[in-house]
Design a protein around this ligand. Sequence first.
Ligand SMILES: [Zn+2]
Ligand SMILES: [Zn+2]
Length: 284
Amino acid sequence: MGVPTLGCDCAVCTSADPHDRRLRPSVLLTWREPSQDGQPSQDGQARFVVIDTGPDFREQAMRNRLKRIDAVFYTHAHADHIMGLDDLRPLSFLTYRENGPIPLYASPETRAVLERVFDYTFSPDATYPTRARVRLEPLQDRTTVHGVEFIRIPLLHGTMKISGFRFGDTAYLTDVSAIPESSFALLEGLDNLIISALRHDPHPSHATVKQALGWARRIGARQTWFTHIAHELGHEATNRTLPENIRLSYDGLSFPVNLDPIHLKPAKPAPAPSHSATPPPVNP
Ligand SMILES: [Zn+2]
Ligand SMILES: [Zn+2]
């Protein structure tokens, strides 16, 4: 809902601490492409990828002086994660001239909602002349954007199947209420984990601080940041109760990440099939 929460005058919503003013969650990842010989270079093309375009996308883009976007990844299609899509328009006009429409990576479920909500953008009959120059792309398990690989992390948000993302040594998992066992294997060796922790009271589709702490300990990233924080959690007061390497994130938080290719251990082999007299069916 953002903090201050509309209609609320609790201690956090009226706090003077700027950390207690929270726009809706999103992250921007930026890097520079290596030079021709593959070496890190200050002259390489800068790339900008956003995860989710919530209702505050325009304000966030202004604060970060965002001038271009190379791709957007969507976690799921709730309003607080998609409603800023239309504000991609001015940036998409710039990117379009160089690279064509901005790719938006979305699951089939998310895509269906985006096509419905923004039909004037995506409908084959759309004629609105200044619609966003964007194109929906299927979200694969692994997607490479200008040399950086994004691994989809399957998560549950209540009964909804949603996506988190891993890039290099960092993962962004928002709106989580459960992490399937198989997803933990994709989260090994993290330096930075960003994971949602809504509040202390249970919620049907969001993790409590206690649940998020349990996952953070199990995943064992060097540093964990909580995000998607409701007005029940004051910044300073909550941080005092957390382990030293686990902190509430805040608007404008920025840190370096390592985007070297990810080498995950191969998944455990499935148990060997028991011997049987009938040979396995063969696909024609
Ligand atoms: Zn949600
Ligand atoms: Zn959300």
